[in-house]
Design a protein around this ligand. Structure first.
Ligand SMILES: CC(C)(COP(=O)(O)OP(=O)(O)OC[C@H]1O[C@@H](n2cnc3c(N)ncnc32)[C@H](O)[C@@H]1OP(=O)(O)O)[C@@H](O)C(=O)NCCC(=O)NCCS
Length: 146
């Protein structure tokens, strides 16, 4: 049984563990100041992003972040599923799907234009899950570090 709920200020320690796992997965290091800023933006009043955690057996085992933004091709907002991470010990058990389902249901209820996300082309476990929602749309991302 997986429950999804909004991130709370009291989740900081667990969220930070999941966040570090997510950064490790991407072999990325961020300065502590950036993580601290991201955390404060997640739980600020008002928050900058929508943060969710997944609970299984009373333990937080996954997290997702959504950046809700205006969208020039619609008068409704778009939800970018920016971060998604599930504790390795419980992967394959439906936690990732529960997090995505929750975001999609929220977007439908609140009238967003779309929920969308990106992943690395070779992230096979993630793509197995994502391909059950929609086909990849063929857009390719370009990036200039400034
Ligand atoms: C991608 C990720 C979030 C998926 O979370 P998850 O909890 O394992 O996903 P689920 O258990 O909901 O998987 C859903 C489906 O994919 C299948 N699946 C997922 N991971 C699998 C794996 N490693 N091997 C085989 N099947 C897998 C499940 O069988 C399941 O199918 P079903 O719903 O028909 O039973 C998780 O693997 C993860 O955190 N990966 C590392 C970080 C990452 O890649 N994040 C996404 C970046 S865009």
């Amino acid at each position: 049984m997986v429950t999804i709920r909004p991130l709370q200020p009291t989740d900081e320690a667990t969220w930070r563990e999941l966040w570090q796992g997510y950064l490790d997965f991407y072999q990325t290091e961020l300065p502590e100041a950036v993580t601290a800023t991201t955390w404060s933006r997640l739980v600020g009043d008002p928050p900058h992003y929508l943060g969710f955690v997944a609970e299984q057996d009373d333990e937080v085992v996954g997290m997702a972040t959504v950046v809700l933004h205006d969208y020039t091709w619609s008068d409704k907002p778009a939800g970018l599923l920016h971060d998604l991470y599930v504790n390795p010990e419980v992967r394959g058990g439906g936690v990732g799907r529960a997090l995505i389902d929750h975001v999609v249901a929220l977007g439908r209820a609140e009238g967003w234009a779309r929920v969308y996300w990106m992943t690395k082309e070779d992230n096979a476990p993630a793509r197995r899950l994502y391909d059950t929602y929609a086909p990849a749309d063929g857009f390719v991302r370009y990036r200039i570090a400034l």
